[in-house]
Design a protein around this ligand. Structure first.
Ligand code: FAD
Length: 390
């Protein structure tokens, strides 16, 4: 098989790039290890920044998002017995975020790929990247007993944190930065009306909590838990009781509970791999960087990688201009690190750290008091939350 760009990973990053390039007449093949049903059953992100939503429209996949997604112009922070609102619209100069589930967005991307007869190969086992330093790289995968070879100009590693692409870069070249937080998020999805039309981030001495949503009939709630907790140990009842304890009394009184339709624990981690280009291989999205979900930056950081790669590929194929490809790693990493900083800041501000001392707790309180007393601080939060420019 032959293609221009071989994309490893059929998550949002891989599908989005494939769709955008196809619209420009650039041929791609997407290799996905899992079945489509499996990919579409994963419950993940739900807050899209303005730039991501724009990219969905550019990829001609934004119609349902624009119809069903919710525009959010602010969110709440519950702390120290009160609730303060962050007015995103006011402090970002009129911008907002779109609440639309990653599962729905991935479904839209798959449907768009089908409509254009894009090649997405599922259940691709044992994907291997070959000759990535040469101008004629290729990828192999196993389909049953057969080994299939795909010759290409470029390989995109969009295969998430546990993929193979990043590890194809020699250890002597690859530099990894990692911070593991001493807790995780226990998340519950329930078919219940959300407790609030806007997200509520709750800082509480028992641990952080988040009231999020996917639509007006689908709620997503999280509580901070120790890394040693197992999801099987948490009954629905225990989850709702603990969530209620961490919310202001008037909010917990309004909380509608119901059976969980998904329940999982995600550890919190910050991670960056450099460089994001090695030879003809380009890393994008979670394959190169992940953040704790507190600032809703994960999926949105993937979007800026795709934006840079898309424009660089188009300039290369249409005008013979490879400068965008050459500067990709530096440009993408500059924005990635800003998303890392913001996610770390929000995580540090709102969580209860098991090893914190009284001094740390005073600083957290002071940081929140400063935030809601300063227009400049709220502007900075809003600017980062709605997404820095690509
Ligand atoms: C449990 C969880 C909860 C999250 N919650 C949030 C949230 O609330 N807010 C937020 O902003 N972000 C959240 N994120 C992060 C967000 O979901 C990711 O940033 C986003 O999925 C990145 O998209 P991606 O396409 O780069 O990677 P992925 O979505 O991970 O897609 C990579 C794809 O590559 C495939 N793959 C892996 N290995 C191979 C291989 N060897 N060969 C072929 N294919 C392979 C995988 O099956 C997968 O489909 C969450 C992530 C997780 C894991």
């Amino acid at each position: 098989m032959q293609t221009r760009v071989c994309i490893i990973g059929g998550g949002p990053s891989g599908l989005m790039l494939s769709q955008l390039l196809h619209l420009q007449g650039i041929d791609t093949v997407v290799l996905e290890r899992q079945s489509r049903e499996y990919v579409l059953s994963r419950i993940r992100a739900g807050v899209l920044e303005h730039g991501f939503a724009q990219l969905m429209r550019e990829a001609r996949c934004g119609e349902r998002m624009d119809r069903e997604g919710e525009i959010h112009e602010g969110f709440q922070i519950a702390h120290d017995g009160k609730m303060d609102r962050v007015d995103l619209h006011k402090y970002s100069g009129g911008s907002s975020v779109v609440v639309y589930g990653q599962t729905e967005l991935t479904r839209d991307l798959y449907e768009a790929r089908d409509l254009m007869k894009g090649v997405v190969i599922h259940n691709a086992d044992d994907v291997q990247l070959r000759d990535i330093k040469s101008v004629k790289p290729y990828v192999t995968y196993r389909a049953g007993d057969e080994i299939v070879r795909i010759d290409c100009d470029f390989i995109i590693g969009a295969d998430g944190f546990h993929g193979v692409s990043r590890n194809s870069i020699p250890k002597t070249v690859l530099k990894e930065y990692e911070k593991v937080y001493p807790f995780g998020w226990l998340g519950v999805l329930s078919r219940t009306k959300p407790v609030s039309p806007e997200l509520i981030y709750a800082k509480h001495e028992r641990g952080f909590a988040l009231c999020s949503l996917r639509s007006q009939v689908l709620s997503r709630y999280y509580i901070q838990v120790p890394l040693s907790d197992k999801v099987e140990e948490w009954s629905d009842e225990a989850f709702w009781n603990e969530l209620k304890r961490r919310l202001p009394p008037d909010v917990s009184e309004q909380l509608i509970t119901g059976p969980s339709i998904e329940k999982s624990i995600a550890p919190l981690r910050s991670f960056v791999a450099e460089p994001m280009r090695y030879g003809q291989l380009f890393l994008a999205g979670d394959a190169a960087h992940i953040v704790p979900p507190t600032g809703a930056r994960g999926l949105n950081s993937a979007a800026s990688d795709i934006y840079y790669l898309y424009h660089a590929m188009v300039a290369h194929y249409k005008n013979g201009d490879s400068s965008g490809l050459d500067s990709y790693s530096a440009k993408a990493l500059a924005r990635v690190w800003k998303a890392q900083r913001f996610s770390w800041w929000m995580t540090t501000l709102l969580h209860t750290f098991p090893d914190s001392i009284e001094y740390d707790r005073q600083l957290q309180q002071t940081e929140l008091a400063y935030l809601f007393s300063s227009d400049a601080a709220q502007r900075s939060l809003a600017e980062n939350y709605v997404g820095l420019p690509f």
